[in-house]
Structures are given as C-alpha cells and as structure tokens.
Design a protein around this ligand. Structure first.
Ligand code: IVH
Length: 410
C-alpha cells in the first residue's frame, strides 16, 4: 500500500470511529487504538504535505496558530424565536396557527431548547466548509477552525445528502466538562464561567483551537436549510440529517393536540435534570415546510415556531451576612451568607453577589428574605428581595466595602 492509500484509509477509518463514539455513543475500538491510529495519521500527514486535507480527522486536535475571525454574511438570516413563560401563550400560539391555516390539519414538532450558543454550518459535497456564529443575525464570525475540533460535528458526511445545504444547531458545553473547567479555573484563581452557555460561547471564540479541542464541546443540530432538502417536513429532514452523520436529539416528538404539547412540556420540565447538557425550555415548530411558508415571519422571528422557557427554580431564605473574598490577583468578590436552603437538589449556603452594582440594584439589607436561583448556573445568585417580609425596624443596608479587607488599600 502506498503512503497516499494508507493516509486515505486511516482518514476513512477515523471518521467512522469518531462517528461511532461521539454521535452514536457506540465505540467499536478502544481509546488507545483510536489514539494510535490518529498519531500514525499525523505522522504520515507531516511527511506528506502534498496530501493535505482541510477535513482530515487530524483537524480535530486543533492548533496553537492564532486564528482571527473573519465576518461573513449568512446566506439565510439567523432569526431568533418568540419567547414565552406562560402556558396561556402556548395555547394562543396553537390557536393562532390553527386559525391561520384555515382549519387544515397540522403537526407540531416538540423539541428541547438547548442552552448554548447557536451555529450555522455549511456543507458542500458532503464536506464541512464553513461554521459561522449568529453574530447580529445578518453576519457572523467564521469559527470553522474551532468548530472542526468538536467531535460530534461531522467533517465528512455519509449517505444521500444534498450537494449544498446549511444546518443550524447549538454548541454546548456538557455539565461534566463545565464543572471540570471551573474547578481547574478556581485552582488557578481565574474567573469562573457563570454557566455552560457562557463557557461554550467563550470557548468558541478562543484564538487557539487546541484550547477548544481540550474543552470538550458538544453540538445538537435542529434546523436544516437549503434548496434541495429531502423531505417536506422539518422532523423528517432532521431524521435524514441524523442518517448523514449529524447529532440530532432523540427527544423530538411530533404531535397534533395541545394536550400532547403540554404533556411534552410537563415531562421535560423535570426530565431535563437528567440530561448531560443544559436546556432552558422547549421549542414548538409547525412541522410542514409549506405550512411554515404560509405562516411566514415577523421582522424578528418565525410565526411557525415559539420557545417556551422553563421557570428557573428558586428558593426563599435569609441573608445573614456579606463577606468579601480576595483573590490572588486582588479581585474582590462579595459573597452572600445565607440560611441553608434546598435548591434543585443541593443545599445552598452562599451566593455570589458579583459586584457593587448588583448589590446596589437589589437594595439588600442584612436580615432580608432573598430569592436565590440556580437556573442554568452552578453558582446560585440572588435575584430579588421579598419586601413584604422586611420589617419596619431599621436594618443595615449592604454596601460594597471601600477598602480591601486584607491589605486595607482603597
Ligand atoms: S430553531 C427559525 N430549535 O434558541 C428557528 N432553536 O431564540 C431557528 N435553540 O436562536 C431556531 N434549541 O439558538 C431552534 N431545538 C431548537 C433550539 C433552538 C435552542 C436556540 C437557538 C435560537 C434560540 C431561540
């Protein structure tokens, strides 16, 4: 076998094993065998620059070369969704669709709303050619080099994909990676990421793709765009995309009645806590593409879809004291000391107050009954004060300290 043939064989095998491991969760070889093949391929590619391939599995490893992001226009604008927190507005959405479709039957595709950072991927002839962030919806940053390190995003497709299309989805940092990353940052006294969404977005903008590779991002794809899509239903298109190698959530359901929509919402309101990634709601989409077209768009978002956001869990407890932590770099963080309270399965005793503005904005007084929320965050935060519980007797207003508690400097 020539070196060129060997390179091609290793690439094909590594693409397949990567897909088995990261998309199907069903590896056929050991990690060691995988790493050995990857190293062998890296060696051969170093010896043979003439066989370079932008979509080789070795692109997954990333590089230290600094990448600047070029702004590129979106072929189709990247819209957001109308948001609601109320079941009544979900009912309104359903009835609006029903009325606009003039009694015609319709299906609703129910999906999880992934809480990460959105991405648009362009594929040509089965190869990933571009990955662009949302940006302002019209133009975004080209982050292709970084995105290639995300193992669950296919670089080469298989099956009967159209020659040209875009697919959109969410880049996520799984809870496990997020917690490990923050532990590492804490040990180095670096500022922590507030939630996996910020961590994913920050990582994606890293100038160094080997940093991205090390942070273990994941991606779910949820929207296909193009002139030659395989089916006339959104759900059916996503199932086709899954066959081409994309990671599509298994928790998508097509339903017809409002009751089924609420069953889906109610199930995932608690079910989402078992998921490995952050979700902040569910998305409802009219399934049929012709009906989607008929319903059309407002200036900002489609009329054929809506996002229902889960209410963040919160608890009420007493603020006993505010203490100040001084980091190695001299940064001061105010910390609220609370009566212990159970929130989303853990006992909360402390909450970050971030900075002086937040303290002033909340008008906090020692002894106040305060609301703590965890939402997508791992570090609980104080989101409000129960003023009805504040007694007339004078309480001490919390003010950010004027001097460093360790060195006394202003
Ligand atoms: S569909 C035109 N589906 O939520 C519709 N979006 O404001 C395109 N998101 O920008 C979006 N999970 O970043 C869709 N299953 C899902 C989603 C989802 C998360 C994000 C996405 C979007 C935002 C809505």
């Amino acid at each position: 076998m020539t070196d060129q043939e060997l390179i091609e064989q290793l690439r094909a095998q590594l693409h397949r094993h990567n897909y088995n491991y990261y998309v199907l969760n069903a590896p056929e070889i050991s990690d060691k065998e995988f790493d050995d093949m990857m190293h062998r391929l890296q060696e051969l590619e170093a010896q043979h620059p003439e066989y370079h391939d932008d979509n080789s599995p070795t692109m997954r490893v990333g590089s230290d070369l600094s990448s600047n992001f070029v702004q590129v226009p979106h072929r189709y604008p990247m819209l957001s969704l109308g948001n609601t927190y109320s079941e009544a507005e979900v009912t309104d959405f359903y009835n609006r669709v029903k009325r606009a479709l003039d009694g015609e039957e319709f299906e609703i595709c129910c999906e999880l709303k992934f809480d990460g950072t959105s991405i648009s991927l362009t594929y040509e002839d089965g190869r990933l050619v571009r990955a662009v962030t949302r940006g302002d919806g019209v133009r975004g940053d080209d982050v292709t080099t970084n995105v290639k390190t995300i193992r669950s995003i296919p670089l080469i497709l298989h099956g009967d994909y159209p020659p040209q299309f875009e697919i959109r989805g969410e880049i996520l940092m799984p809870w496990e990676s997020f917690e490990r990353l923050n532990q590492e940052r804490e040990a180095r006294e670096e500022p922590l990421f507030a939630n996996p969404r910020n961590a994913a977005a920050g990582t994606l903008k890293s100038q160094n793709s080997s940093v991205v590779a090390a942070r273990k991002l994941d991606a779910y794809l949820y929207y296909l765009l193009g002139d030659q899509l395989p089916a006339d239903g959104h759900y059916e298109n996503l199932q086709a995309a899954a066959r081409w190698g994309f990671k599509v959530s298994e928790h998508i359901r097509k339903v017809r009645t409002l009751q089924e929509v609420f069953d889906f919402i109610n199930y995932w309101n608690t079910g989402r806590k078992q998921l490995p990634v952050a979700t902040d709601g569910i998305v409802l989409k009219v399934n049929n593409l012709r009906q989607q077209q008929e319903l059309g768009y407002t200036a900002k978002s489609p009329r054929w879809a809506i996002a229902y956001k889960f209410q963040a869990e919160r608890a009420l407890t007493r603020l006993n004291k505010v203490s100040y932590q001084v980091g190695r770099t001299g940064a001061i963080t105010p910390v609220a000391n609370l009566d212990p309270v159970l929130l989303s399965g853990t006992i909360v005793r402390r909450a970050s107050l971030h900075n002086a503005d937040i303290i002033a904005g909340l008008d906090l007084h020692i002894g106040d009954m305060v609301y703590v929320e965890k939402g997508g965050e791992i570090i609980p935060k104080i989101t409000g004060v129960d003023l009805s519980a504040r007694r007339i007797i004078k309480k001490k207003k919390v003010r950010f300290i004027a001097r460093c508690p360790e060195c006394g400097s202003p």
